[in-house]
Design a protein around this ligand. Structure first.
Ligand SMILES: *[C@@H]1O[C@H](CO)[C@@H](O)[C@H](O)[C@H]1NC(C)=O
Length: 513
């Protein structure tokens, strides 16, 4: 992954480099906003090992979080990493840093932050500085005093000072490509007029101080709502730098994923997402899904249902994103030392990948499918199976059709006549029987069993009728073999899991402008 011509800017809905070629942000969050004010994990592995872990997992970018107080409260200006851990009596963290990153102990917390940014740069990793909170600590609740402009710890003028300082501090640090102005606005004080007032002031202040960075604005209600911009666009003095960000977890919809029929919930999720944020793409703004994620042990029913729906949306819209999160543990959270983070891509020791199979899904959405590029490719379509993170492949025409990595999977074309053709060939997908592998055939437009409809509210069931009139859906069995089986959970049932039958037909089109 190469950091190409920085700085970045925007062109229509794309983030682009200096040559106006798209750069897709495939980021992972790395917190540095908790009580120690030190990027997590330095007690487990040497910094360079951590940076290389990030690149080896295919991420090209880190969303690095920081609290306002780091640069506005003078008591932190001289605070060393050593004192920070000693003051909090974090013996485990202290001895871990001493063992793995001893050079950090005498650095101030700001120098430690800069050192991490710099090392990511050496490893060609882009950084988005995310102002996560005002007071150092775990985020976010409605009543923590950090939620909205005017809250106890959220003085807009102090915030603007902090943004300005950070913008200046990293002005000549090339791999710092963006600044997120504030994480998850929330709480009783939330209101739209203040959003416009302060977000505009913050955006102008950052751009005045540093014209290299993308200016990234978040929405209301824990950053799930940017719908209000539909009627009143933001007015700024500059162009080509503005990006919007939105968060999306399974719990962003309460317990809907657990209580509802997964097809119905996925349908309403997609509608809601479009109305709250997705529509901004059509207005010509990049949209950065700056937090999404879930329990990588795959034991949470809501998360397990949300994941394939979410990954389908991310691949289909080819969004920029940041997985929450990198860390396998924290120095100190909720008064615990070294608690585990089950959303983290690395395990508690920051050593192994927590869930290697799950990473297929993340790899699938790292692929750039659309946008201005230095070469032409496509247009064609890919048949993405978000549950596995794989795509339908059919390279060897005689073999049964299987799922394979989306990086080199088959090019398809879903025609207006509803045939699923292997692109540039006369072959199409034809159902053979219940629980049997479909085949590639040539009599594509005459057979009803070669005519595929998108059904169910998720829009991800791809269905046809067999010669005997029985309706079947595309499915993938446990071994990654493509089959057609009885369609699952089309109506009402809340206890069935349809996701093996979810496919997203996504567009692949890179083009030279
Ligand atoms: C600055 O930080 C110190 C030490 O953590 C804290 O006691 C103090 O309340 C902070 N001051 C402000 C204005 O937030």
């Amino acid at each position: 992954m190469v950091v190409v011509g920085l700085p970045l800017s925007t062109k229509d809905r794309w983030i682009v480099d200096e040559k106006q070629f798209r750069v897709k942000l495939a980021c992972v969050s790395w917190p540095s906003h908790l009580g120690t004010l030190v990027p997590e994990g330095l007690h487990k592995k040497p910094l360079d090992v951590l940076s290389k872990k990030i690149t080896s997992l295919g991420f090209n970018c880190v969303r690095l979080t920081w609290p306002v107080a780091m640069v506005t409260n003078s008591s932190y200006f001289t605070l060393t990493v050593e004192s920070s851990f000693k003051n909090l009596r974090l013996n485990q963290g202290f001895s871990g840093i001493k063992a793995n990153n001893p050079q950090f102990l005498k650095l101030t917390v700001i120098q430690a932050f800069q050192t991490v940014v710099q090392n990511l740069g050496h490893n060609k990793v882009m950084v988005i500085l995310d102002n996560h909170i005002s007071m150092p600590g775990w985020c976010c609740s409605r009543t923590d005093g950090n939620g909205f402009f005017g809250d106890q710890y959220f003085d807009p003028q102090v915030w603007i000072q902090a943004l300005t300082k950070m913008a200046i501090m990293f002005k000549s640090t090339k791999n710092v490509v963006g600044m997120s102005l504030r994480n998850e606005l929330r709480g009783m004080k939330q209101n739209i007029p203040d959003w416009y007032r302060y977000m505009t002031e913050g955006a102008e202040a950052v751009h005045r101080a540093n014209q290299n960075v993308l200016v990234i604005l978040s929405g209301l209600e824990f950053d799930i709502n940017l719908g209000f911009l539909n009627s009143h666009p933001v007015k700024l003095s500059f162009t080509g730098k503005l990006v919007f960000e939105v968060h999306q977890y399974s719990f962003s919809m309460g317990d809907a994923w657990i209580r509802g029929n997964p097809n119905d919930v996925c349908g309403s999720f997609q509608d809601g997402f479009w109305g709250n944020a997705g529509y901004l793409l059509q207005r010509g703004f990049p949209l950065f899904i700056s937090e999404f994620g879930g329990d990588l042990r795959e034991t949470n029913v809501g998360d397990n249902r949300y994941f394939p729906c979410m990954f389908g949306v991310l691949a289909d819209l080819d969004l920029d994103w940041a997985w929450w999160s990198f860390q396998g543990s924290y120095y100190w959270r909720d008064n615990l030392q070294d608690p585990e983070e089950v959303y983290g891509v690395v395990d508690k020791n920051w050593n192994e990948i927590r869930n290697p199979k799950f990473m297929e899904k993340i790899y699938a959405i790292q692929i750039q499918h659309q946008g201005p590029s230095n070469h032409d490719k496509g247009p064609y379509q890919m048949m993405f199976h978000p549950l596995s993170g794989l795509c339908i492949n059919a390279t060897y025409l005689s073999d049964p059709i299987r799922l394979a990595s989306c990086k080199d999977a088959e090019k398809w074309e879903y025609t207006p006549e509803k045939a699923i053709m292997v692109k540039y060939s006369q072959f199409c997908l034809q159902a053979v029987g219940l629980d049997m592998s479909p085949r590639l055939a040539t009599d594509c437009n005459v057979k009803p069993n070669a005519k595929w409809e998108k059904i169910s509210n998720s829009g991800m069931h791809i269905s046809t009728t067999l010669e005997n009139g029985v309706r079947v859906c595309l499915d993938a069995d446990k071994n990654g073999l493509l089959i057609t089986s009885a369609c699952k959970c089309l109506g009402g049932d809340i206890n069935c899991e349809p996701a093996s039958q979810w496919f997203k037909i996504i567009k692949h089109h890179l083009y030279i402008n």
